[in-house]
Every structure is written in C-alpha cells, then in structure tokens.
Design a protein around this ligand. Sequence first.
Ligand code: IMP
Ligand code: MG
Length: 178
Amino acid sequence: MLNDMKEVLISEEKIADKVTELATQISSDFNGEKLVVIGVLKGANVFVADLIRKITIPIALDFMAISSYGSSTESSGVVKILKDLDEDIEGHNVLVVEDIIDTGLTLSYLSEYLKSRGAKTISICTLLDKPDRRKAHIDVRYKGFDIPDEFVVGYGIDFNEKYRNLPFVGILKEEAYQ
Ligand code: IMP
Ligand code: MG
C-alpha cells in the first residue's frame, strides 16, 4: 500500500490533534442539548469512531450508507440510500460526519433528506474539504482540513475499497488509479 502513495498529506498525529479540537468545539456548542451524530458510511467510519470518543457530552450514534452514482473518482450527485437511519431524528439536532467533501453534491442531497425527516438543526462536520471543486453550496460548520484537488486515500477513505486502513491521509500516485 505504501508504495502506491505519492506523499503523506496529513499525518496520524495531525489528524489526532484536529479530531480533539473539533470534538471539543462540538461538545461546547451542543452542551445541554440532544445530539444525534450520523456517520456516513463507509468513508467516515474511522473519523467518526475517533471523533465520538473525544466528545464529552451524551450523544446518540447512527449511520447512513449511501452510494453516489458516477465514476470511481468523481461523484454525479445522484445518491442512493443503501442503509437508512435506525433512529428517529424528528426534532433533534443532527451532526453529519463525512470523510471528504468534493463537489458537495452528496451532502447537499443528504441535507435535504435529513430536513425531510424533520431534523431540528443539521450541522456538517467533515475531515477533509476540496473547496475548489464545489458544485453545490454546503455550509460546513466543522472542518478538519482544506486539501488541494488531488485524489486522497487513508483514514477510512478508499480507492476501490482499498487503503481505508492506512492511519494517515495520503495522495495516491496516479499510476495507482489509472
Ligand atoms: P461529493 O458528492 O463530490 O462531495 O463527493 C463526496 C464523496 O466522494 C466522498 O464522501 C468520497 O466518498 C468521495 N471522494 C471525493 N474525493 C475523494 C478522494 O479524493 N478520495 C476518495 N474518495 C473521494
Ligand atoms: Mg463518502
């Protein structure tokens, strides 16, 4: 796996520091309120697992699995729900946790869906953001890192289901996905 990396973009230590910083902010912002954390599978799995263990207020945890149609490195905005929420979110504050926002089409669809399910507030937390690539406006409340327009993997993020178990975020060599 390491041979397929062009470079380590964000180290394990940098991620850990940022996760603590985000969790501290979230704990303070939602102190005294009910919060449902929704991890977007599969990519956000690693991030959400680390993040919730640094959140110090009570939360409920739920997951959604979605697939966006499109090529393997580009999303189309047409989203299919593969696993729906288990919990009722009507009247609740929800925090959607994503691995990476690229065009924003996936999250824009998901936000509309959560609104239709009656969420009181919807906040978005993403580890990574590629702001240059945005097609749909997304209000990101909690952000780990802005990154350049490069294809990244690791810390839960895959290419064709590979590299999710790398502990850092790295840029994939072009040879590895062409
Ligand atoms: P969006 O709808 O274009 O914002 O797509 C977001 C989703 O595309 C993310 O949740 C990832 O699953 C995937 N994605 C976007 N950029 C990358 C990348 O650099 N590496 C791996 N997956 C990515
Ligand atoms: Mg994803």
